[in-house]
Design a protein around this ligand. Structure first.
Ligand SMILES: C[C@@]1(CC(=O)O)c2cc3[nH]c(cc4nc(cc5[nH]c(cc(n2)[C@H]1CCC(=O)O)[C@@](C)(CC(=O)O)[C@@H]5CCC(=O)O)C(CC(=O)O)=C4CCC(=O)O)c(CCC(=O)O)c3CC(=O)O
Ligand SMILES: NC(=O)C1=CN([C@@H]2O[C@H](COP(=O)(O)OP(=O)(O)OC[C@H]3O[C@@H](n4cnc5c(N)ncnc54)[C@H](O)[C@@H]3O)[C@@H](O)[C@H]2O)C=CC1
Length: 165
C-alpha cells in the first residue's frame, strides 16, 4: 500500500451501505469537505443525523451510482454487493475502499489522529493491514509526539487530540 493524503474538498465521494461502518467513514469524509452521496435502501441513526450534509440515494446499489465519484467506499455487509461495487469502481479507475474485504478494494483507510498546533494540524496515519495493530501504533505515536522538538506548540482546545476514525 502506498500512503497518500487526499484533498476531498468539494469532490464527490460515494459511500455504498447505510450501516455504522459507512457512518464512521462518512463522518470523516464530510469533515474533509467532501460532497458525499450515500447509496443504501436504509440508513442507521448516525447517518440519519447527517442527512442535512449529504445526498441520500435510497435504493440498493445499481449501475451508474458511481458516476462522477473521485472515491468510493463500500460497506454493505454483502460480499457480493461489495464486490460488484469494487469491480465497477476498478472499471472506471476510481479508488475504492472495500470495508468488507480488505484485499478486494484498491484503497484502505489508515488509523488516524490529528493534533492541533499553533502552526496548524499535524496528522498521524498508520497502516499495517491489521486495523487493531494500526490503532495501537497510532495511539502510542500520537501520545508521544515531541511537538517542541519541531518548534510546535500544542493548541489546547476541546477535541485538540482527535482520533478520527
Ligand atoms: C483493510 C481495512 C480496509 C478499510 O479501510 O476498510 C480494514 C478492513 C477491516 N476492518 C475490519 C474490522 C475492524 N476494523 C476496525 C477499525 C478500523 N479499521 C480501520 C481500517 C481498516 N479496516 C483498513 C486497514 C487499515 C490498516 O492498514 O490498518 C481503521 C484503522 C480506520 C478507520 O476505519 O477509519 C479503524 C480504526 C478506528 C479507530 O481509529 O478508532 C474495528 C474496530 C472497531 O470497529 O471498533 C474492527 C473490528 C475488529 C474486531 O472485531 O476485532 C474487518 C473485518 C470485518 C469483519 O470481519 O466483519 C475488515 C475487513 C478485512 O480485514 O477483510
Ligand atoms: N473496515 C472496517 O473498519 C470494518 C468493516 N466491517 C465490515 O463492514 C461491513 C458493514 O458493516 P456494518 O455497517 O456494521 O453493516 P450493516 O449490516 O449494519 O449495514 C449494511 C448497510 O448496507 C445496506 N445495504 C445492504 N445491501 C446493499 C446494497 N446492495 N446496496 C446498498 N446498500 C446496501 C444495508 O441496508 C445497511 O444499511 C461488514 O462487511 C463488516 O464486516 C466491520 C467493522 C469494521
Amino acid at each position: 500500500m502506498f500512503p497518500l493524503a487526499l484533498d476531498l474538498a468539494g469532490r464527490r465521494v460515494v459511500a455504498v451501505g447505510g450501516g455504522p461502518v459507512s457512518a464512521r467513514r462518512v463522518r470523516d469524509f464530510l469533515a474533509a469537505g467532501a460532497d458525499v452521496h450515500v447509496v443504501s435502501p436504509e440508513l442507521c441513526p448516525e447517518l440519519e443525523a447527517m442527512l442535512g450534509d449529504l445526498t441520500w440515494h435510497p435504493h440498493r446499489y445499481r449501475d451508474g451510482d458511481l458516476t462522477g465519484a473521485w472515491l468510493v467506499h463500500t460497506a454493505t455487509g454483502d460480499p457480493l454487493a461489495d464486490a460488484r461495487v469494487a469491480a465497477a469502481a476498478a472499471e472506471s479507475r476510481i479508488w475504492c475502499v472495500n470495508a468488507g474485504r480488505a484485499h478486494r478494494g484498491t484503497a484502505a483507510v489508515p488509523a488516524r489522529a490529528t493534533v492541533e498546533t499553533h502552526a496548524g494540524r499535524v496528522t498521524v496515519a498508520v497502516t499495517s493491514g491489521d486495523p487493531r495493530r494500526s490503532m495501537a501504533v497510532r495511539d502510542w505515536l500520537v501520545g508521544r509526539l515531541p511537538l517542541a522538538r519541531f518548534g510546535l506548540l500544542p493548541r489546547p482546545r476541546r477535541g485538540s487530540l482527535r482520533k478520527s476514525a
